[in-house]
Design a protein around this ligand. Structure first.
Ligand SMILES: Cc1cc2nc3c(=O)[nH]c(=O)nc-3n(C[C@H](O)[C@H](O)[C@H](O)COP(=O)(O)OP(=O)(O)OC[C@H]3O[C@@H](n4cnc5c(N)ncnc54)[C@H](O)[C@@H]3O)c2cc1C
Length: 576
């Protein structure tokens, strides 16, 4: 049974990533790439061991929730605190912080695998540690030198924790509705307003999206006029800032993760980045966090799968293990194929981000020749387009797949799966939120559609076609042909969508599913080319998902825009 350090991860560590190119571009030609790779493996092995150790305590402690103490601090339940302390001791709390501030500066792929492992052991613990890298990166990217020096070492050591404060009662998916005000007085900033549903809201450092008071009325309802602020609970002189945790939410799952309402009462804050550019700065954090949540979905799904496969082997009915029944085999294999497709998309997107990070650093050198610079600039921009499309798709598919797999794992358990003592029910309840926070699935597919509208498919497909053409194993070529046909069908369907924006929105999930089918299909073929044990995974993904792709394509190509009115009439039946 795959452990925390899954075979698929090792495939990326050993074969599917050009680590040589990555490290040389990132750190210079004299980098000892073997030593760097060994260090990455060491991080993953340490994390795998730690997480398999904390898993039993996490399952047992699952119902225990965080508490708001009388002194205004938030206390984590003992099992989450113990997990955090273990990660902190291993230096695994803020993975991507620059080496300049004592961090590991891990590649995105590796930090997402760490997040995946943590989530497999304890999804609530992931929300506490997973945020840290993103918050610290935003400070690193947009903060003044003073702020970086004041706070980043604390993130590296794990002493400081951060939160990301966007949501307000009237501003959920629509961040243009944010009404928390930022006042400027003699070059200092103060925040007033309320945020809700803030994960880890008891932490010291809050990154807050707020609307500038000076342009409040003219920017209201838009993301213009929003700036990003760093708001600490304790001011540099040690006095408390004018902000408090008002209450903690009671949730159906993820109990160990504190979800807080925060009140800012003219709290002192520091601007991150330029005024009015806060939404853009927050998008950096959000994109990072979206992939983190995708990794969380994969981790939770792995945990559920592990439970389901074990149970299917132990539980006997009609004289045989239930796992021997053809229907059960089909269900379990669907779960595994779904998981591997979602994983393929997440890892592919993470690798692209790493590639671009390395290129960006290389381009900052002065000794790059003009032709090489121009070529790398082109690669950088094309990869940027790919990342902007793959990020929402990865978040959407990984979290929806997590929801399906954890639900199916309950089914595999039958009646005992519905009992409070069984892990799979808890995993399902933890997993549902992944389809909601960091932007719901509907918002993710709408973002993806927007990128498609800007022409992303052409650039994404160009790369897929190259990779399909490069597959070595001739047994995979007929499957590659099917993916090529899928790419063509998506092109035809996309043309039909251009005509009507609302029709395109109505079809956004279908378009996302089709696009995911060919991207993950290609990535699974690359994996199968490197490891023949993965042929069946690629074959089954392509066989099943291509049939669905065709169904979506036909429906879209019908061009029946009256479907929107039909939906409205059907909903009206429930509104009369
Ligand atoms: C446990 C938990 C932790 C959270 N942590 C944080 C945090 O740390 N920081 C933070 O800022 N926020 C946090 N949130 C808030 C979370 O990001 C929001 O709940 C989420 O973005 C959805 O917003 P909403 O709840 O207002 O739902 P709404 O925006 O009201 O959406 C309701 C439904 O309408 C759909 N919908 C909305 N707009 C559209 C559209 N244009 N097209 C199609 N469908 C649409 C949505 O998909 C959803 O199905 C957290 C929430 C929870 C539950």
């Amino acid at each position: 049974m795959p452990g925390y350090l899954h075979d698929a991860v090792l495939l990326y560590l050993d074969q599917l990533v050009d680590w040589d190119g990555y490290f040389r571009q990132r750190k210079g030609d004299d980098t000892d790439v073997d030593a760097e790779r060994a260090a990455l493996r060491g991080v993953l092995e340490t994390c795998a061991e730690l997480m398999s150790g904390i898993e039993p305590g996490s399952r047992e402690g699952w119902p225990n929730a965080a508490k708001l103490l009388e002194d205004g601090n938030v206390e984590l339940p003992a099992h989450v605190q113990a997990g955090y302390d273990a990660l902190r001791e291993a230096g695994l709390t803020a993975l991507s912080i620059s080496e300049e501030y004592g961090g590991f500066e891990l590649p995105t792929l590796i930090s997402n695998v760490v997040i995946q492992m943590v989530s497999r052991a304890d999804a609530a613990l992931m929300t506490v540690m997973g945020l840290q890298g993103g918050v610290a990166l935003d400070i690193q990217k947009y903060g003044s030198d003073e702020l970086k020096e004041r706070y980043l070492p604390g993130f590296t050591s794990g002493e400081l924790q951060g939160a990301m404060d966007l949501t307000e009662p009237q501003a959920g998916s629509d961040l243009g509705a944010i009404a928390t005000r930022a006042y400027e007085e003699n070059g200092e900033y103060f925040l007033e307003g309320q945020k809700i549903f803030i994960t880890n809201g008891g932490s010291q450092i809050h990154l807050v999206l707020a609307r500038d008071d000076a342009s409040f009325e003219e920017s209201k309802g838009t993301t213009r006029g929003l700036s990003l602020y760093l708001c600490p609970r304790t001011l540099p002189d040690g006095s408390p800032n004018a902000m408090k945790v008002e209450w903690l939410e009671h949730k159906m799952g993820l109990h160990g993760s504190p979800t807080c309402a925060i009140r800012f009462e003219r709290a002192r804050a520091w601007l991150l980045g330029a005024r009015g550019e806060g939404f853009r700065a927050m998008l950096d954090l959000m994109n990072n966090a979206r992939l983190g949540v995708a990794a969380q979905g994969i981790g939770i799904a792995e945990a559920a799968l592990q439970e389901a496969v074990s149970y299917s082997r132990e539980r006997k009915q009609f004289g045989v293990p239930i796992g021997d029944q053809p229907l059960m085999k089909n269900m379990l294999s669907r779960m595994i194929v779904g998981l591997e497709g979602a994983r393929a998309l997440l890892y592919r997107c993470s690798v692209l981000i790493d590639r671009n990070d390395a290129v960006e650093r290389y381009l900052a050198r002065e000794d790059v020749s003009e032709p090489e610079r121009a070529e790398l600039q082109r690669v950088y921009e094309n990869n940027g387009v790919r990342i902007r499309l793959l990020t929402p798709l990865a978040k959407y598919i990984a979290t929806e797949t997590c929801d399906e797999i954890t639900r199916m794992a309950i089914q595999v358990h039958g009646g005992i799966g519905f009992m409070a003592e069984t892990s799979v029910g808890k995993l399902h309840l933890d997993g549902i939120i992944t389809t909601i926070y960091e932007g719901t699935s509907e918002i993710q597919v709408s973002f993806a559609l927007k990128e498609i509208g800007k022409g992303a498919l052409q650039i994404v497909f160009e790369e897929l076609l190259k990779e399909l053409g490069a597959l070595q194993d001739a047994r995979l070529h007929p499957l590659a042909d099917r993916v090529r046909q899928g790419i063509e069908r998506i092109g035809e369907a996309a043309m039909a969508l251009i005509k009507d924006f609302n029709y395109a929105l109505l079809s956004a999930k279908g378009v996302a599913d089709m696009t995911i089918c060919v991207i993950a299909g290609t990535e699974l073929l690359r994996q199968a080319d490197a490891d023949e044990r993965r042929h069946d995974l690629a074959r089954t993904w392509i066989n099943t998902r291509m049939a669905e792709l065709e169904m979506h394509a036909q429906r879209i190509l019908e061009g029946d825009t009256s479907r929107i009115e039909r939906c409205e009439r059907i909903v009206d039946l429930w509104s009369e």
